[in-house]
Ligand binder design. Structure first.
Ligand code: PMP
Length: 457
């Protein structure tokens, strides 16, 4: 990076000339120019013009420890000096990955025993599909190949991960893979009709049973879902949902695969979101908060049942990445997990800052004319826009309204995300009461200004 200060417009023009951004209309972005972020500290980000933003989204749901942790930088530097790279292919391993596994499995529920390391959430889900199918081959049920996901679920941007996800525009761009099916998402506010949340949760879960029966249990390998949907709008399922899903998976011997890429590492105030919702997956896909996003790393966590079969009866496991278990990533993950554990950060989210944020949001937005529902737990939350709260009718242009609110948020110096008609926040887990107050206050300004623009306030 050049040390002389460059003008923002210069950066933007260069970026526009060479860089395809994620999930954006490039032409529209180029006309406006991307915001150039240059520095971070705790929950704060600064752009190239010195404007400060409170990051209400932990980057992309990943900077659990916030920005600027010297211990993570030191861990990376020490590992760079000691052994910056080695692979796992040549009958070799290294202390960083060994110690990471020891630490990870000391934090995970006891029925998990093995990890396959990757560099991202997408790669974790790619590896998951191959591993789950391999498991069924090894135990003599090779026909069990089909993965069932959910419409509006998100599992990554690579081909198979995007196929598992339920984002139709992603299926249209680049195609689908065979042996993937989808069921409806448990989004009660929009899809629940006259059912109570409890009834709707059961109904959504039973779609899984119907789908398994339609496809034949002997052909279904696994069901994958995020414990709470993240990219699809930060949707918490009704309480009846997960117990019923678990019952169905057990009954038909379908592996229950939790995508913990967003929910993992403390977001809900538990180490993993499946613990918050009280179910027991067979596999966990992880990434993001594993390293607080400081370096790329992910993984698939396997239960003993799966790992035992693969290790003892599976022979050669024909899968591997050049950077699996990368020593620098592993060293950063160790420093990150130690900080989350030893600084009591996750317990603080569960007992203090999580309830503090949830209460503040309900106090501030409970009677807001634009907001129909407030969902969330721990340090993740969504505000649902509604035109008529009694009937849960939404604005026809809710996407635009939410996008506008997000843009106003940037103007007000807060980064919150919009998805469909929902405003989402997921601040770093180290957030103090004062930082959460600032988040709520600035979000309120953005929501109020949005409401004013449509004549509500
Ligand atoms: N799964 C979930 C639940 C995610 O939210 C994401 C990314 N937002 C992914 C997988 C993909 O992760 P990555 O972008 O690291 O490939």
């Amino acid at each position: 990076m050049s040390m002389t200060k460059r003008e923002t417009r210069d950066y933007q023009n260069s970026d526009a000339s060479h860089h395809i951004h994620a999930f954006l209309d490039q032409k529209a972005l180029n006309a406006e120019g991307a915001r150039v972020m240059v520095k971070g500290d705790r929950l704060n980000l600064w752009d190239n013009d010195g404007k400060r933003y409170l990051d209400g989204m932990s980057g992309l749901w990943c900077t659990q420890l916030g920005y600027g942790r010297q211990d993570l930088a030191d861990a990376a530097a020490a590992q760079f000096a000691q052994l910056p790279y080695y692979n796992m292919f040549f009958h070799t391993t290294h202390p960083a990955v060994i110690e990471l596994s020891e630490l990870l499995f000391s934090l995970l529920p006891k029925h998990y025993s093995h990890a396959i390391y990757t560099n991202s959430g997408s790669e974790s889900n790619e590896a998951l599909i191959r591993t789950v199918r391999r498991y069924w081959q090894v135990v003599g049920k090779p026909d069990k190949k089909i993965m069932i996901g959910r419409w509006n679920g998100y599992h990554g941007s690579t081909l198979a991960a995007a196929a598992l996800g339920g984002m139709k525009p992603m299926h249209e761009m680049g195609g689908m893979i065979p042996d993937v099916a989808h069921i409806e998402e448990p989004y009660w506010y929009v899809k629940g009709g006259d059912l109570t949340p409890h009834e709707f949760g059961l109904q959504c879960a039973r779609q899984l049973e119907d789908k398994i029966l339609e496809l034949g249990a002997d052909n279904v390998a696994g069901f994958i879902a995020e414990p709470f949907q993240g990219a699809g709008g930060m949707i918490f399922p009704p309480e009846s949902y997960w117990p019923e899903i678990q019952r169905i998976c057990r009954q038909y011997d379908v592996l229950l695969c939790a995508d913990e890429v967003i929910g993992g590492f403390g977001r809900t105030g538990e180490w993993f979101a499946h613990e918050y919702f009280g179910f027991e997956p067979d596999t966990l896909s992880i990434a993001k908060g594993l390293t607080s996003g400081y370096v790329p790393m992910g993984g698939v966590i396997l239960s003993k049942r799966i790992a035992d079969a693969l290790v003892n009866e599976g022979g050669v496991f024909a899968h591997g990445l050049t950077y699996s278990g990368h020593p620098v990533a592993a060293a950063v993950a160790i420093a990150n997990l130690k900080a989350l554990r030893d600084e009591n950060i996750i317990a603080t989210v569960r007992d203090d800052t999580g309830p503090y944020l949830q209460k503040a949001l309900r106090e501030v937005f409970g009677n807001h004319p634009l907001i129909g529902e407030i969902q969330g737990g721990g340090l993740v939350a969504a505000l649902q826009f509604a035109e008529d709260k009694a009937t849960r009718r939404r604005y026809a242009n809710e996407n635009e309204l939410a996008w506008r609110c997000r843009t106003i948020g940037f103007e007000e110096g807060v980064i919150i995300r919009s998805t469909l008609g929902r405003m989402i926040m997921a601040p770093a887990l180290i957030a103090t009461h004062a930082e959460l107050d600032e988040l709520v206050e600035k979000t309120k300004r953005a929501v109020d200004r949005t409401a004013k623009e449509i004549g509500l306030l």
